[in-house]
Design a protein around this ligand. Structure first.
Ligand code: SF4
Ligand code: SF4
Length: 375
């Protein structure tokens, strides 16, 4: 085991391979407050990448209703139970990561889902106050809150899938940090499926190999955002590249939201993978639940978001989500307009920070009609 630095847990940790950060690291931010669980992202991915034989159950992108939605069943709560107590001291994680908690002879603490665990992706999870006759649904009662958690592979800095593979079939591209499985090398041992805590590798019984989200790398190579991003109805997603905290650039939208304003947080940072999908946490959910899921930065992130209406830069950047199919390496605000820019400063898109609103009269006398929707 090597010693590597994981900035998300504020300390060094053990990892199977030495630290080797890519030139650029693909990253994404999802604003959970805007997701409507329409599953358009899920279908955009499904129809692009996983419509073949053996891929029927695969959802490289899925959206689950927390706290009771899972894909596969119980993916996070089962692991939390195995890992045991997770203690933070401020921004430093004092508990064990999955690599440090690995059992003798293993590289990662993990578990392998059964086929049945993939049987019910987000079925009935929104039915929060009553049971459903004869339905194969959750038959208890939700608390008075739930929210939607969209998930893809996190293209982790320290991928558990990669470290667990005895064939060294999984690699992280040096040019953009995207994690891929070499289909020619994979022999289907499924160690990655056991190791990935987010359960974002999938075994294909037809090919006998494992497969996973590829961050739509053919699009990324052309400067375009992945399919699940550009098709997102709620405009909750932004793709880009993240720096390490010491290199953070305020004109990089991902750096700005993650490192500078600290409003976007990693998913289960305590597991130790340094995942690169970041979440603006939901505002209405009990804080202890969120702190376990997104780490100790939750209070600060929500406080900043709650004040975003009076915060010109933050509200401007949030308005850029879903505004273009291009990856925006840079951004700037001028007055009430925010722009997404190419690396060389050329403009990709501009949007108003606040949408103009026209209120029309309910009765249009010129046309002799009444309007139903007048804003
Ligand atoms: S989320 Fe899972 S599959 Fe993706 S890089 Fe991390 S460990 Fe690997
Ligand atoms: S398309 Fe966007 S809004 Fe719809 S479920 Fe996916 S992430 Fe949520």
């Amino acid at each position: 085991m090597a010693r590597v630095f994981n900035w998300q847990i504020g300390r060094e940790m053990s990892y199977w391979y030495p630290e080797a950060r890519p030139k650029k690291q693909f990253a994404a931010i999802f604003d959970t407050n805007k997701c409507i669980a329409c599953q358009t992202c899920t279908l955009a991915c499904k129809t692009t990448w996983t419509s073949g034989r053996g891929q029927e159950y695969m959802l490289w992108n899925n959206v689950e209703t927390k706290p009771y939605g899972f894909y596969p069943l119980g993916w996070d709560v089962r692991l939390m139970e195995k890992l045991g107590a997770q203690r933070w001291d401020g921004s430093r994680y004092e508990g064990r990561t999955l690599f440090e908690a690995a059992e003798a002879g293993e590289r990662v603490l993990g578990w392998r889902p059964e086929e049945i665990d993939y049987a019910h992706p987000n079925v009935g999870e929104d039915d929060c106050t009553k049971t459903i006759d004869k339905g194969a649904h959750y038959h208890g009662f939700h608390e008075a809150w739930f929210y939607y958690l969209a998930r893809i592979c996190n293209h982790c800095t320290y991928p558990a899938c990669l470290s667990s593979c005895p064939r060294a079939s999984i690699y992280k591209r040096p040019e953009d940090g995207i994690v891929l499985i070499d289909q020619g090398r994979c022999r289907g041992y499924q160690e990655c499926i056991k190791a990935c805590p987010y359960k974002k590798t999938f075994f294909n019984p037809m090919t006998g190999t494992s497969e996973k989200c590829i961050a739509c790398y053919p699009k990324i190579e052309q400067g375009l955002q992945p399919q699940c991003f550009v098709n997102c109805i709620g405009k909750i997603r932004m793709a880009g590249f993240i720096s390490t905290p010491d290199q953070a650039r305020p004109d990089n939208p991902i750096d700005y939201l993650v490192h500078i304003r600290k409003v976007a947080l990693p998913l289960y940072p305590q597991l130790g993978l340094e995942p690169n999908v970041y979440y603006i946490p939901p505002r209405h959910v009990p804080r202890p639940y969120l702190a376990q899921m997104f780490g100790p930065g939750v209070d600060q992130a929500i406080a900043a978001c709650n004040k975003s209406a009076d915060d010109p830069d933050l509200s401007a950047l949030l308005a850029l989500f879903g505004s273009t199919e291009w990856v925006m390496p840079r951004w700037k605000r001028v007055g009430d307009t925010v722009m997404g820019l190419r690396e060389d400063g050329r403009e990709l898109v501009r949007v108003p920070v606040r949408e103009p609103v026209w209120i029309l009269k309910a009765l249009d006398q010129a046309r002799g009609v009444s309007r139903m929707n007048i804003t």
